[in-house]
Design a protein around this ligand. Structure first.
Ligand code: GDP
Ligand code: MG
Length: 441
């Protein structure tokens, strides 16, 4: 797996401080192989790697991760993004019924999916109706009736014994029936062929035109690998679809099809099927698929842990500095930025237990004012941030000029910083933070 192969790269790079071009190239080479092994289409791999390289080269050096880990992290983030980022929800019609049409090759898993989808929709509080429009195979209607029964969802099927029915007519009448019987979602199962052929496409397009679906889901077997791309392109051009469902993810396919189909057609993946039972089904999770494609859930967990440990160390160091009254303006700025990332200060204070006094003091801090504070601290030299005591009158003037504020504002900030530092050290003592009482951690 990729994680095995990357272990050596990861080891070699351990302890290095910077992302060199050679490091990035070496890591990207391994990742490229992993993607190809996962059956991601070559043009997709090329574009992806090029993009990752570009991003890695511009990346800031992380203190928590070594270069290889950092590249892997970027790859993972990009992969999740390319796979759709957030889960795309089903589009429901403003006026029911919502019509969902399934399309795909024979054996892709459409009929099975129809049952899974019906069961899932029911669990979500919908009242689905299944419509049997695969009239090509003798058993197709019965198969849908069986899954419908298991899902506890009714099936609309053509009358038997009149020879071969017309799937377009059945689809139209099925939607009509749903409207009358107040089903809010209709799932239309259609016929597929073993390969892409014109007649199948025409039939699917005719059904589409007859019922104008809110969602047309292209159902594709994840095991078919590279062929997924050509099939998806054919369905995109022949029928058009609004979303993708990947099936048979319980097999050993790496799921590269997902990346290829998503990337080539630009349509999101909505659901994933991973077994023959009705409950083997879930909404599609880009992050899970990304770690499956990369085959390195372990490495990703390690990366996450490394970052958490680093964050925890940072927090502890800051806490120790607070306790011993050694907080610098640098820390102050960092804390402020961290707090800002979490949301407005006022909200945050509301979550702190027993922060009454501090709340009053900080209630006066106005969000807009923080922008100016940030500008002032940024206008200081590293030495000044590290040791604010050296900020004398001439330095204050220079800082004020550089950050476009009045000298009085710089004075104000510096004075308030010293007050805050003192107050925080006292509070730290009361809350038993490490380093409290002047000890150095
Ligand atoms: P259709 O021709 O597109 O309607 O495909 P079917 O729903 O009839 O499925 C074809 C075969 O694949 C059946 O034997 C299903 O049991 C099987 N199948 C469908 N989905 C999955 C899945 O997610 N995992 C596995 N292992 N088998 C599946
Ligand atoms: Mg079928």
């Amino acid at each position: 797996t990729l994680s095995d192969r990357l272990t050596s790269v990861l080891k070699n790079l351990r302890g290095k401080g910077r992302l060199s071009e050679a490091d990035i190239d070496a890591t990207c080479r391994e990742i490229r192989i992993a993607l190809l092994e996962a059956d991601v289409a070559l043009p997709v791999v090329r574009g992806f790697i090029a993009h990752v390289k570009e991003r890695a080269k511009g990346a800031e050096v992380s203190q928590a991760l070594n270069p290889a880990q950092q590249v892997v992290k970027i790859v993972n983030e990009e992969l999740v993004g390319v796979l759709g980022g957030e889960t795309r929800r089903l589009n429901l019609a403003k006026t029911p019924p919502t019509v969902i049409m399934l399309a795909g090759l024979q054996g892709a898993g459409k009929t099975t999916l129809a049952g899974k989808l019906a069961r899932w929709l029911r669990a979500q509080g919908h009242t689905p109706l299944l419509v049997a429009c695969d009239l090509q195979r003798p058993n197709a209607v019965t198969q849908l009736e069986v899954v419908g029964e298991r899902a506890g969802v009714p099936v609309f099927a053509p009358e038997r014994g009149n020879g071969v029915g017309d799937p377009v007519d059945v689809a139209r009448r099925g939607v009509e029936q749903a409207r009358h019987a107040q089903h809010d979602v209709v799932v239309i199962d259609t016929a597929g062929r073993l390969g892409v052929d014109e007649e199948m496409m025409r039939q699917a397009a005719d059904i589409r035109d007859a019922v104008r679906p809110d969602e047309t889901l292209f159902v594709v077997d994840a095991m078919i690998g590279q062929d997924a791309v050509t099939t998806a392109e054919a369905f995109r051009d022949g029928v058009g679809f609004t979303g993708v469902v990947l099936t048979k993810l319980d097999g050993d396919a790496r799921g590269g099809a997902a990346l290829s189909v998503r990337q080539v057609t630009g349509q999101p993946i909505l659901f994933a099927s991973n077994g023959e039972k009705l409950e083997d089904f879930d909404v599609f999770h880009p992050d899970r698929m990304a770690s499956r494609i990369l085959g390195m859930g372990d490495v990703l967990t390690l990366i996450e842990q490394a970052e958490q440990v680093f964050d925890a160390q940072q927090a502890e160091q800051t806490a120790a500095k607070i306790g011993s009254g050694e907080l610098t303006l640098e820390d102050f700025l960092e804390q402020m930025l961290a707090v800002r990332r979490m949301g407005p200060i006022a909200n945050l204070l509301g979550m702190l237990p027993g922060a009454g006094q501090m709340k009053d003091a900080l209630a006066q801090v106005d969000e807009r004012h923080l922008d100016r504070v940030q500008a002032i601290i940024r206008g200081m030299t590293p030495a000044e941030r590290q040791d604010p005591k050296i900020i004398n009158a001439s330095r204050r003037q220079r800082i004020a000029r550089g950050s476009g504020v009045a000298v009085s504002e710089v004075n104000d900030l510096v004075n308030r910083f010293f007050d805050a530092r003192k107050m925080m050290a006292q509070m730290a003592g009361r809350f038993g933070l490490p380093g409290a009482g002047g000890r150095k951690a």
